[in-house]
Design a protein around this ligand. Structure first.
Ligand code: CA
Length: 497
């Protein structure tokens, strides 16, 4: 699949030519396209908790959640209100984030675990990630928290999440870190009150455990990185990029400090269950929601608090103005809604993620309903930072930097949805989301094919499947929106449509 085929002509011209003038005239590797070109190249900070749905941001007025930091930060940021995780589960999102490619192109077609290793699902060492670009451009790069892009292999690392016969967690060796020179991370580890980490120099058997809630500890580490404590975290002469990837509000939901749960102690349970699509009490998934929602929201409040501490450290060290900050998540969480335990489905609570981008003086704070897709993150950030010329031709995401800077640029008409069963790339679910509709097809061996259509304006909680009564609309969305995505990504699923 060629880049030119995938990109619109305008996009291709913009990407290939727009920065050439500036780049050719300047000897500086950091020369950018914007008016900020004369400044020191910007730092980049990405904070992304795991499994935080867009609805759990207080300023969205959806979930009854307490997020004072995000509420304030939203007022300083460009908020993409309809950003999605196109394949809303851990490793596929993370691979889209790092490579700017959809799963069929980057090879991470499902989660990295024992099943995934069997099919080679892991971030390829020879991918050119955005972090590789920044490394070449002289950045210091730090990664803190959950990585989940390596396939576990035997003998498995001895830890929670890894059983004798099935494993999730794996060490990432230095040659697979894609430019990150400061490493304080793990693959998958769901013990929030006693998280484990491999630091930069630790070998596979040298992980350490910490008696602290994961997000608090990771914020501590991020603050030490920002302060460059002891001068050992990064080169103070270089710009930096730091990723802080927190596990909560991922399950298990009962592992968090009491202080965050206590903030919800005056809220009646039914007050916390304000979405009309939550199944009723007494049903399996209605009870599941009620069992966990208080802690889910409390975890989000805890993450919000830690995000605030990291932002304060940036400000205290005079780095606020020249640091691009992105807050997002790898996917959302149904928590029982639509009888779905959490993510990996086409519903809004699963697909829609927070997406807040702040760069004081360059990005005008506002809300925008752009149909932003996960692979767009890489080219958009690199373009914003002035490195559009370094984006590999096989990156499939689109840069929306022009739109972010000054409102110019094409606006996508849809976002694809993807789920692939292990080892069966021609099967599974595919779909497409527009400003108004979500269309989803499912196809599995030995099961009847399924199709669902939701009108997200008339039925914003997606309680009705309109596929049978709106056959013409289904056909139109399929042909005009879904098929072009399948063709552009070379998806073998298309052959069965
Ligand atoms: Ca996840």
């Amino acid at each position: 699949m060629g880049d030119n085929k995938f990109l619109g002509r305008r996009e291709f011209l913009k990407r290939s030519g727009a920065c050439l003038a500036g780049a050719a005239l300047s000897p500086s590797l950091f020369q950018g396209c914007s008016k900020t070109a004369a400044k020191k190249p910007p730092n980049l900070l990405i904070v992304f908790p795991d499994q935080m749905r867009a609805h759990s941001q207080g300023f969205m007025n959806e979930d009854p959640v307490i997020t004072p930091v995000l509420d304030r930060f939203a007022g300083e940021s460009l908020v993409f209100t309809e950003a999605v995780s196109n394949y809303p589960v851990c490793s596929p999102f993370r691979a889209m984030l790092m490579t700017g490619k959809y799963p069929l192109a980057n090879g991470v077609l499902a989660n990295c675990n024992t099943n995934g290793t069997e099919h080679g699902y892991a971030l390829r060492e020879d991918e050119r990630c955005w972090s590789d670009i920044l490394r070449e451009r002289g950045y210091s790069l730090g990664y803190i928290g959950k990585w989940h892009l390596d396939g576990p292999y035997k003998p498995y690392v001895k830890c929670y999440n890894n059983r004798e016969d099935f494993a999730w967690n794996e060490w990432c060796p230095p040659e697979r870190r894609h430019g990150f020179d400061h490493w304080y991370a793990y693959g998958t580890y769901d013990q929030h009150m006693k998280p484990m980490y491999w630091n930069t120099d630790a070998g596979r058997n040298d992980a350490h455990w910490v008696d602290q809630w994961g997000p608090e500890h990771e914020a501590d580490q991020a603050i030490r990185y920002i302060r460059n404590e002891g001068g050992t975290f990064r080169d103070p002469e270089k710009p930096f990029a730091l990723v802080v990837s927190m596990n909560p509000p991922h399950m298990p939901y009962d592992q968090l400090p009491d202080k965050y749960v206590e903030m919800y102690s005056d809220r009646a349970l039914e007050e916390l269950c304000n979405r009309p699509n939550i199944p009723p009490a007494g049903t399996r998934w209605g009870d599941y929601y009620r069992k966990h929602i208080r802690n889910y929201l409390a975890m989000t409040t805890g993450v919000d608090k830690q995000f605030g501490r990291i932002l304060a450290a940036l400000k205290d060290h005079g780095l606020e103005d020249n640091t691009i900050v992105l807050f997002t998540s790898d996917h959302g969480n149904c928590l029982g809604i639509h009888d779905q335990i959490s993510k990996n489905n086409h519903y809004e609570e699963s697909m829609r993620i927070p997406f807040l981008l702040r760069w004081p003086g360059t990005i005008q704070p506002r809300h925008d309903d752009l149909l932003f897709s996960s692979p767009d993150i890489y080219p958009t950030l690199m373009d914003l930072m002035g490195f559009s010329g370094s984006i590999p031709g096989d990156v499939q995401g689109r840069s929306h930097a022009g739109l972010i800077r000054n409102g110019s640029g094409e606006r996508p008409a849809s976002q694809p949805y993807i789920w692939v069963p292990y080892g069966k790339p021609a099967w599974g679910r595919r779909g497409v989301r527009t400003h108004r509709h979500t269309l989803m097809y499912s196809r599995m061996p030995d099961q009847p094919d399924g199709v669902m259509l939701h009108d997200n304006l008339e039925d914003r909680y997606q309680l009705m499947n309109l596929a049978d009564q709106e056959e013409n609309l289904v056909e139109k969305l399929r042909n005009d929106k879904l098929v072009p995505w399948l063709e552009a990504t070379g998806d073998p699923w298309l052959r069965g449509l």
